[in-house]
Write a protein that binds this ligand. Structure first.
Ligand code: ZN
Ligand code: ZN
Length: 347
């Protein structure tokens, strides 16, 4: 029996959050209704909620990292069936613009997501093409809820053109950095994991990094020289929004080194680097943002095969109504992934 109302975490204005009962979502012919089991809090959600993201209009229901169960499908939906365990991709793309037609759906020029709600709610709707079906019955929904952030990580590693045996530096070991290191290992890299928080270094070890380094205790540039016989790191990913950190890491690159500025940098800042480093070093300084449907599919596969461990990254599991508390924890940079238990009885 379909419920008549549902809970949502309603943000009327930036920094204003309340639990609301709203009428149950109606789906269109090509859409799927999904009951949310778990939804992760992304630092982007926190920034958007504070009103710091100009692209986010209010009122708004945020949340885009979830997994759940299909409850209803529109009459033109062909493959997805009620009862399926799924991950919805809340990045609703037009599919026809130049970005979408060149494999860069993440840069879609006409994103449609504003018409859709978010996952800090009992239910969401998405077009059928935005549904990723969980294949392995053993995959936990709370693990699958990491598909979207892992998809961004997959894209960020893809762009580094890695080769087995290369040394990669992962700077910043929040949930994102801890996923980067696992994907880098899966690509055959030897990984240096760097973070000033000791517990995060322990986690990185557990997840298979080759080396850990605490920049508060050790000169990272010297450390890199030591372990690479003066060669440098072949690749680096900066998961912390800091221009200073990018400046520090560029000179650690080996000839032909690639560096991904993975995190957006706010407030806006400038890089000051000697261009000759890039010229003579043949460095590739790049970035990556968001993900495409292909990245989502690969990410879910990495979770379902156990190649990337995600559940172990959950430090807090809060009920949906405590979203505000979750935002505070993220703001204070405590813990790792803050996940909301929306309807865990579905698991
Ligand atoms: Zn996210
Ligand atoms: Zn598009």
């Amino acid at each position: 029996m379909k419920a008549e109302t549902m809970r949502v975490m309603w943000a009327e204005r930036p920094n204003e959050l309340e639990v609301r009962q709203v009428p149950m979502i109606e789906i269109e012919e090509n859409e799927v209704l999904i009951e949310v089991a778990y939804v992760g809090i992304c630092p982007w959600d926190v920034r958007a909620f504070s009103g710091l993201s100009s692209s986010v209009a209010f009122p708004r229901i945020l949340g885009h990292e979830m997994a759940g169960i299909v409850r209803a499908v529109g009459k033109n939906v062909k493959i997805v069936k009620p009862g399926m365990r799924v991950v919805p991709d809340m990045g609703i793309k037009c599919g026809v613009c130049k970005a979408c037609r060149s494999g860069r759906e993440n840069r879609c020029q006409n994103p449609l997501f504003r018409q859709y709600g978010g996952g800090f709610a009992d239910y969401v709707r998405v077009p059928e093409k935005n549904v990723h079906i969980i294949k392995n019955a053993k995959t936990k929904l709370q693990a699958a809820a990491f598909t979207e952030p892992l998809a961004c990580v997959v894209r960020g590693q893809d762009i580094l053109n890695l080769y087995p045996g290369e040394i990669q530096l992962v700077a910043g070991l929040g949930p994102i950095g801890l996923m980067h290191l696992q994907v880098a290992k899966a690509f055959g890299c030897r990984v240096i994991a760097s973070d000033p928080i000791p517990e995060r270094l322990v986690k990185a070890k557990e997840l298979g990094t080759d080396w850990t380094v605490n920049p508060n205790e050790t000169d990272v540039a010297e450390f890199v020289k030591d372990i690479s016989d003066g060669w440098g790191v072949d690749a680096a990913v900066v998961t912390v929004g800091s221009a200073r950190l990018v400046e520090q890491i560029i000179p650690m690159l080996a000839p032909g080194g690639r560096l991904n500025i993975f995190a957006g940098i706010y407030p806006k800042d400038q890089l000051h680097i000697d261009p000759n480093l890039i010229h003579y070093g043949e460095y590739v300084i790049t970035g990556s943002a968001d993900s495409t449907p292909i990245n989502m599919d690969k990410a879910l596969e990495l979770i379902e095969t156990g190649i990337v461990k995600t559940e172990t990254l959950i430090s807090h599991m809060l009920p949906l109504e405590e979203l505000g508390k979750g935002f505070e924890i993220v703001n204070k940079r405590q813990g790792l992934k803050i996940m909301l238990d929306v309807n865990s009885n579905l698991e």
